[in-house]
Design a protein around this ligand. Sequence first.
Ligand code: ADP
Ligand code: ADP
Ligand code: MG
Length: 672
Amino acid sequence: MFDKILIANRGEIACRVAATARRLGIRTVAVHSDADARAKHVQACDEAVALGGDAPKDSYLQWQRILGAARATGAQAVHPGYGFLSENEAFARACADAGLVFIGPPPAAIRAMGLKAASKQLMERAGVPLVPGYHGADQDPALLRREADRIGYPVLIKASAGGGGKGMRAVDRAEDFDAALAACRREAANSFGDDAVLVEKYVQRPRHIEIQVFGDAHGDIVWLFERDCSVQRRHQKVLEEAPAPGMTGALRQRMGEAAVAAARAVGYVGAGTVEFIVEQRGEGPDAAMDFFFMEMNTRLQVEHPVTEAITGLDLVEWQLRVAAGEPLPLRQDQLRIHGHAIEARICAENPDNGFLPTTGTLRVYRKPDAVAFARGAVRIDDGVREGDAITPFYDSMIAKLIVHGADRREALARLDAALAQVRIVGLPTNVQFLRRVAASPSFAEARLDTALIERERAVLFDQEALGLPLAAAAAVAHQLRSEAALETADPFSRRDGWRSHGAMARRFDFAFRGEPAQALLTRGRDGRRWLAVGAPTAGGDAEPFGCDLRPDGALDLRLGDRRATAHVHENHGEVHVFCRQGATQIIATDPLAHAGDARAEGGRLTAPMPGRIVSFAVRPGDAVTRGQPLAVMEAMKMEHTIAAPADGVVADLLYAPGDQVAEGAELLRLAA
Ligand code: ADP
Ligand code: ADP
Ligand code: MG
């Protein structure tokens, strides 16, 4: 076995590889871009070498520098992860030339599977079933069009060198073929530097089912069952699971053997995935499934953890052993499936805006408490920490959440419970979208195919799991808590807090989903509190309101007959509310909160109207951020919060609670 390896990647996969290496007593060398100088993967390794640059072409694709780093640190092998150099034949060869072991397949196998068209010709000869199509070398547009007509519409034009869901065009009608071909070629030339395409039948409602294979240098190849990756957006995977629902033993055997034949045809060694497209005919238990070879990914796959979960194996360990020349750890007849696993890709993106990637800082990044679940039931693979930034330079994937259960139902329940505990503030993510996909009828009933997200559109997009009333109640509770934070650890158990200002009403203004909204909090003579939530004009019916602070900082809310436990985080005036029922955000817009702004230059804060000081929420010397509540005033039978107009440090409080103040009176001083 190796003593030291270099990990030529970043993010979660670099951390993933480092974890196994550490467990096996192998030292690790990280490489990093300038943007990643303090990244988690750098800290996860024993040594680190800077590559310079930010963009991949200036950093993680600079393979001369990576080879130099391996030489300089005395690494014996290079693990390429996925993406970047993992399927780069020239890099694999250069490693060998430099006396380094490339932890992946032989360069010839990478080349053979690198081009979709050429690999299909090879697979045809190996007897692996193919989607009807044309994958020849002649790229004459008229010929391609004749082939499309022969195959029958709809057809799919694919960039032969394509990957990552890019360079594909579905064509429904013959008259659209020429334009689609031209567009696909342009995209292929731009993205992959090669405009060759193939044309194949566009399979309707297909499933994407792939087989994990593993070969060793002694000529043995096994298959480690299947993963269903049918839930996709833009031809990219969203949820992956193993085993595939509805899979029969006989079909699994045939697919496994076809995958091994594919791997054998290219002399495969190491971890690989043979992707099949599966055509379903009919519904229910009688449905027949035909499978066709789509492509082989000659690397470890993003979704490999679901296979690890159902086999109990560590595939990175297998990679290292095989690369070191050891035989495969297990024979085919020793491999078993245990239970069911699902992976969700948590990404920085906005599903309601065409899944556009987003960037920003992870102001809050809280993960599910894996220990609270059954052992091995919840796993999180990530390469970021709270406070890290998601930059535009790399992939938008923040983390992978993998759940395991005795069966699919249990895995699904754990997926929902674990996703509900993910709290990310600072940039839009797909977490709530993933919860809705998992809960959608199609996914819950395992009616899987690549059109699932489109089909369930009505329940997946522009949804609000947590309505305004609960969101507003959480925001009000959070506001009360932050105002009272200095006075008592548990403001809600205090009975006297409201007695001093009697049957006072207090107004909170918000924006919710872009619309103004209001909450009016009142206290009855019996001491009970009531909250009315609604649009400013319509108002709302007041409902009994209550909340308790839990030891973990969560708020137990009651509003009418609704109950929720909410985690609330504030970020630049946005109040983010996370509950088991869902998550949302509202924006505090108290019209009087910033009334002192104009006169606040130089760090002064003034009363927006004549009134009485109820309380200060800060003490001299406290550092405050813009929008943070500083004081509460009572005026016109309402309470108003005075919020910090800017970041600063509290220099002085100029009044005491109970004091009457005139309009424009300076209440406190802030130093910059
Ligand atoms: P998997 O097939 O393992 O699910 P993806 O298709 O999502 O993985 O791709 C894995 C990673 O590799 C992603 O970061 C993706 O952006 C990257 N990737 C895959 N193929 C290419 C390619 N041809 N060019 C650039 N990046 C790619
Ligand atoms: P990439 O290299 O980008 O991963 P693939 O050939 O693996 O490209 O295809 C990606 C996805 O596109 C598949 O998972 C599937 O959803 C869809 N797809 C590919 N081929 C077909 C086809 N012939 N008919 C319908 N959908 C297809
Ligand atoms: Mg693919």
